[in-house]
Ligand binder design. Structure first.
Ligand code: PLP
Length: 390
């Protein structure tokens, strides 16, 4: 019999919620092209617009300002463009990004290299607001466009969005927020955080992969250069027949996440605290990155000194546990996490970084099973190390 696995990688992708799977199936069976005028088309249009309202509600936005895309990567590629139009300020845009943004922001914008500034973060991974002030003061000839994530995918560290937005707005600029890891996990209101645009992804909240959205705070923010051009779908901002089943699954996941947000936040926080207490009792020298900052309740980014992440990841996988590490393997070499690098974490420690991310499927038994597997892995690595040294 297949052993049940322990899945603690909700930040990579969250297991699909049953409500979302059902909604996808129903939409597939219902069929219809939302642009068709016949009954099937009208029905598809109605469910698309219903889903748009639900997704808008996820971030306290207006349905008319929601553009469905293939995911957050596309939404951010769409939003971060030097042709953006808002108000009468004619200065050229200059893109500011925090150093711990997701690659889809760091590399997914449409600005030339000399119109981009990367802003530093503190040792806890929080945007350096003094550096933001300095960048704004140093370049009054450009209009600032700040890309700042709500919460980091590796550490869960939450950014000071309101403070950053106030500064950027005072300088005549706009703020684009990658809210992928926060939506459906913590309360999120586009106006409260001061964001002008927010990017979302369905598969991070229990919906299907391949569907996301860009939500604008106001319809006076214009993106003249759509990425995907052709038909007039999504008001010309995203051509191509809409992904009705994906959108229906997105909305169902958003609704389920919102309905249980308060209880789930408390439940997941308790599980996270249990996990972190277990790590400390396993190794008094365990580090939890970003622990001194406000963090998402579901993310634990940690290192046990001397326990190489790649080795641990494989051993845990064999033991039936799925977690992740921030390091990426490219061309046969393992590169340390750029997020930890930006936080000034020493390479020795960074290469031991593991991330456990919790979510709606996580139970106490998963946390305890993970801790037990980690203890065994630690022991094995330690014994193997002693063998090599002998
Ligand atoms: N932003 C963050 C913080 C993420 O974690 C991810 C996914 O890993 C993305 C953006 C990209 O989302 P998508 O998979 O929808 O393109």
């Amino acid at each position: 019999m297949l052993q049940e696995r322990i899945y603690l990688d909700h930040n990579a992708t969250m297991p699909v919620r049953p409500e979302a799977a059902r909604a996808v199936g129903q939409a597939l069976l219902r069929g219809g092209n939302p642009s068709s005028v016949h009954a099937e088309g009208r029905r598809a249009r109605a469910s698309l617009e219903e889903a748009r309202s639900v997704v808008a509600g996820l971030v306290g936005g207006a349905a008319k300002n929601v553009t469905f895309t293939s995911g957050a990567t596309e939404a951010l590629n769409l939003a971060l463009t030097p042709t953006l139009h808002h108000g009468t300020d004619a200065r050229p845009w200059h893109l500011l990004v925090s150093a711990t943004e997701h690659p889809c922001v760091l590399r997914g914008h449409r600005f030339p290299a000399d119109a981009v500034t990367v802003l530093p973060v503190s040792r806890e991974g929080v945007l350096d607001l003094d550096a933001l002030d300095a960048a704004l003061a140093a370049d009054t000839g450009s209009r600032p466009l700040l890309a700042l994530q709500f919460a980091n995918n590796e550490t869960g560290v939450i950014q000071p969005l309101r403070e950053a937005a106030e500064r950027v707005h005072a300088a005549g600029g706009l703020l684009v927020c990658d809210a992928v890891q926060a939506a459906g996990r913590v309360p999120l209101d586009i106006n409260e955080i001061g964001a002008d645009m927010v990017a979302l992804s369905a598969h991070k909240l229990g919906g299907p992969a391949g569907i996301g959205a860009l939500v604008r705070a106001r319809d006076s923010i214009h993106i003249p250069d759509a990425l995907v051009r052709g038909g007039g779908q999504e008001k010309g901002l995203r051509a191509g027949t809409e992904n009705g089943p994906g959108i229906a699954g997105f909305a169902a996941a958003a609704q389920a996440a919102l309905q249980s947000l308060t209880e789930e936040t408390a439940r997941i926080t308790a599980l996270r605290d249990r996990l972190e207490a277990g790590l400390r009792s396993l190794d008094g020298a365990a580090s939890v990155f970003g622990a001194g900052a406000a963090r998402l309740p579901n993310t634990v980014c940690f290192a046990l000194p001397g326990m190489n992440a790649q080795t641990a990841l494989m051993a845990l996988d064999l033991a039936g546990v799925s977690v992740s590490s921030g390091s990426a393997c490219s061309s046969g070499t393992v590169k340390a996490s750029s997020v930890l690098d930006a936080m000034g974490v020493q390479p020795d420690m960074a290469k031991c970084m593991l991330r456990a991310s919790l979510g709606w499927t996580t139970r106490e038994a998963d946390v305890d099973g993970f801790l037990a597997a980690l203890a065994t892995t630690k022991q094995r690595i330690h014994t193997a190390g002693r063998g090599l040294a002998a």
